[in-house]
Design a protein. Structure first.
Length: 293
């Protein structure tokens, strides 16, 4: 029989201190299971509630995108400056060192190339393979208003069902077809549909007018998509505005790896997202780091 507690110190049950109910720091996530919250905490920093995600999944439909020709040389060294990396399972297995401890957001849809109708996607990763690769999140495109809108939404809900079964969150990416108007009205529609049908995170584009209404009408965190390559100050200003208007992070790709100084740009984006820097201060940081080589 183990000996009874013989300690001389009096026990202190802190009866005057209420138990912490441990409300979760991300919008809409308090009722999720422990494993899903843990994975979201790998993506979003608990101290800021924000994320700097590094998107390098363009090759799944574009092939060797400019800047992504040699991921082992140009991209892997940049991963350490992000909170999470968004990529395909092919690149993860072939190119990313397994010693990397950053959160993995895995592209799980695919099918058509840029030569075909992009909304004609299907699920391209089995949930068991995502589990084998220890991913923090699975993600796919949702083509609201596209030719294959219903299929893409069903793809998402299937991933959501799998995710709930195994504790893996789903990030829905609002894809905009060539005939869609990129305005707050469209993104309110697309983001809300994704959240209503179960996505735990939504990635969408920034619009200068009424982006705050897109965020406020979506009950889960919004991550801003970086989009096409623009000037560094413009990209930093867009990131700043998105964060100030309620976004929970940014997912930058081309505005990082196509920059003349990718490390400097990554650090400048971090200064905005996690350090509340202004676009001007972040741009000054970018130029200083660029000059230092």
């Amino acid at each position: 029989m183990p000996e009874a507690d013989q300690g001389k110190q009096e026990k202190n049950y802190h009866t005057d201190v209420p138990v912490d109910n441990q409300g979760f720091f991300l919008k809409g996530a308090n009722s999720l299971d422990w494993g899903m919250k843990n994975r979201l905490s790998r993506i979003f920093r608990p101290d800021t509630g924000k994320t700097v995600m590094f998107a390098i999944d363009h090759g799944y439909f574009q092939g060797p995108t400019t800047g992504l020709e040699r991921i082992d040389l140009n991209i892997v060294p940049l991963m350490q400056y992000s909170d999470a990396i968004m990529l395909t399972r092919g690149i993860l297995r072939t190119t990313v060192p397994p010693t990397l401890t950053k959160a993995v957001v895995m592209r799980s849809s695919g099918g058509p190339s840029i030569l075909k109708e992009l909304s004609d996607e299907q699920i391209a990763v089995d949930i068991e393979d995502a589990i084998r690769m220890n991913v923090a999140c699975i993600t796919l495109q949702v083509f609201v208003g596209g030719e294959f809108e219903t299929r893409s939404i069903h793809n998402m809900t299937k991933l959501v069902d799998w995710g709930y079964r195994y504790g893996i969150p789903v990030m829905a990416v609002t894809a905009v077809g060539k005939d869609m108007v990129r305005d707050a009205k469209y993104f309110r529609l697309a983001c809300r549909i994704c959240a209503e049908l179960g996505a735990q995170v939504v990635k969408t584009y920034y619009v200068p007018e009424d982006f705050d209404t897109v965020v406020s009408s979506c009950p889960v965190p919004i991550v801003m998509a970086g989009g096409k390559k623009i000037g560094e100050l413009e990209a930093l200003t867009m990131s700043y505005n998105a964060i100030q208007e309620g976004a929970s992070g940014v997912d930058m790709g081309r505005n990082i790896f196509q920059s003349q100084a990718p490390v400097a740009m990554m650090k400048a984006v971090n200064a905005i997202v996690h350090g509340n820097a202004t676009p001007e201060d972040a741009f000054e940081l970018f130029n200083t780091l660029k000059a230092e080589g």
